[in-house]
Design a binder for this molecule. Sequence first.
Ligand code: HEC
Length: 111
Amino acid sequence: MLSKKANFGMFIGVISIGFFTLGGCSKDDDDPAPTNTSTKTYTLSASFATNCAGCHGSSGQGISGPKLQAYSKGEAAFTAVVRGGKGNMPAFTAEKYSDATIKSDLAELTK
Ligand code: HEC
C-alpha cells in the first residue's frame, strides 16, 4: 500500500503536468523545462506572461522557445523577431506586446 508521502508526491506531479499543459505552446515537446541556473531574478511584464512565457518561460529561462535571459543581440534584433515572428514563433503586434514593453522587458532580461 502507498504511504501518504508517495500519494502527495503523485499529487504534486499531476499538478505540475497540468501547469505545463496550460502553457499554450503548440510545439509537442516531452523534454522537461530546463532548470534556471541563473542567480538573477528576472521580473518580466504581465504582457510577457500572457504572450511569451508559454514558450520562453515566466522569467525568460526558455522552454520550447530559446532562453532570453542575457539576450545579447540587441533591441533591433529582438524587435524584429517579436514583430515578424521566426520559425515556430508567431509575430506579435504592438497591441499585444508594445514597443515600451519590448524596451522594459529587454532591459530586465539584459540587466
Ligand atoms: C509558440 C511559442 C513562442 C511564443 C508564444 C513566443 N516565442 Fe519567441 N521564440 C520561439 C521559438 C521557437 C524561437 C526560435 C525561432 C527560431 O530561431 O527559429 C523564438 C525566438 C525568439 C527570439 C529570438 C531569440 C534569439 O536568441 O535570437 C526572441 C527575442 C523571442 N523569441 C521573443 C519572444 C517574445 C518577446 C515573445 C512574446 C511577445 C515570444 N518570443 C513568444 C517560440 C515562441
